[in-house]
Design a binder for this molecule. Structure first.
Ligand code: PML
Ligand code: MG
Ligand code: MG
Ligand code: MG
Length: 248
C-alpha cells in the first residue's frame, strides 16, 4: 500500500479569473496527506490574501490525489548567495552563471527580455538553451510546476518564499532536459532572484530587479533535444518530495 497524498494548488487573480483577463496575484503548490489538507488550504488562502501585487477577488483551490507509486524523494539543491550593489551588476552575475551552465547569449537575452517585460506571467516560459526560442505555447499562463513540497520544513530556509522557490528549483533541475533556470519575483516588494541548475545549485542574487517593479517570473532553459510534452508533464504532474536537511 502506498501512502495517500494530495496535491493542493492555489491561484489568485484580481478583477476576474486569469483566463478571463484578470491580473495574476499569487500561486502556490503543496503536497500533503489527508490530515494536512485543512492546514495547507488555510496557508494557501493566506498566501493569496494581503498580497503586494493587489487584492485577490478570484481564488481557486484544487485538491487532487496523486499516485503514491510515482512519489519521488530528492535532496534540495545547495544554496549560495551573491550580493551586488546594483540591478545591472545582478543581471551581469546572473548572465555569467547561465553562460557557465551552457546557455547561449541569445537564449539569455531572450529570457531577460521576457522577464523584464512580462508583468502577468503565471507559470514559467520554456526556452531552448541554444536558439533562445520559446518552446511552450502557453503565453501568459506559462507552465506551472506543481506537485512538490518539503517532507520536513524544519531547518531548511528561513522564509516560506525561499523554501517554496528552492523546492520548485530542485524539482526543475532534476529533469535531464533542464540546463538552468532564471527567476525573479513578480512581487513589487521583493528584489532577490536566482539562477539554478543541478551543477550550479541554487544561486541567490540580490538585487535582480528594482523595488516597485511588477515584472518577473521564471524561465527554464532546456536542451535542444527536449521532448517538450514529456518535460511539461514531468513539471506539472510528477509528485516530488524534497527531503529536508541543512541547506542554508
Ligand atoms: C517568488 O516570489 O515567487 C520568487 C521567489 C524567488 C526567491 C528568491 C530567493 O530569495 O531565494
Ligand atoms: Mg508566483
Ligand atoms: Mg539537469
Ligand atoms: Mg509572486
Amino acid at each position: 500500500m502506498y501512502p495517500e497524498y494530495f496535491s493542493v494548488r492555489m491561484r489568485a487573480a484580481e478583477g476576474k479569473a486569469h483566463e478571463l483577463g484578470g491580473k495574476h496575484i499569487s500561486g502556490g503548490e503543496r503536497l500533503g496527506n489527508r490530515l494536512q489538507l485543512e492546514v495547507i488550504a488555510t496557508e494557501l488562502l493566506a498566501k493569496a490574501s494581503n498580497h503586494s501585487r493587489g487584492s485577490a477577488d478570484f481564488i481557486q483551490l484544487v485538491v487532487e490525489k496523486v499516485p503514491g507509486e510515482e512519489l519521488q524523494f530528492i535532496p534540495p539543491l545547495d544554496v549560495s548567495a551573491i550580493e551586488v550593489a546594483t540591478v545591472q551588476e545582478g543581471h551581469d552575475k546572473a548572465k555569467d552563471q547561465l553562460a557557465a551552465a551552457g546557455v547561449s547569449e541569445r537564449a539569455i537575452e531572450h529570457a531577460f527580455l521576457i522577464l523584464n517585460h512580462e508583468r502577468n506571467l503565471r507559470g514559467a516560459a520554456i526556452v531552448n538553451c541554444e536558439t533562445g526560442e520559446r518552446l511552450d505555447e502557453r503565453g501568459q499562463k506559462g507552465v506551472r510546476v506543481s506537485r512538490m513540497d518539503w517532507t520536513d520544513c524544519g531547518h531548511v530556509a528561513d522564509s516560506v518564499r525561499v523554501r517554496e522557490a528552492l523546492a520548485l528549483a530542485t524539482k526543475v533541475a532534476q529533469s535531464p532536459y533542464t540546463v538552468a533556470e532564471l527567476c525573479w519575483s513578480d512581487d513589487p516588494d521583493y528584489v532577490t532572484g536566482y539562477v539554478s541548475s543541478q551543477q550550479l545549485g541554487y544561486v541567490r542574487i540580490s538585487p535582480l530587479k528594482r523595488m516597485g517593479c511588477e515584472s518577473g517570473g521564471r524561465v527554464f532553459f532546456v536542451h535542444n533535444d527536449v521532448d517538450i510534452d514529456s518535460y511539461i508533464d514531468f513539471l506539472e504532474r510528477k509528485p516530488v518530495f524534497i527531503q529536508g536537511g541543512e541547506s542554508e
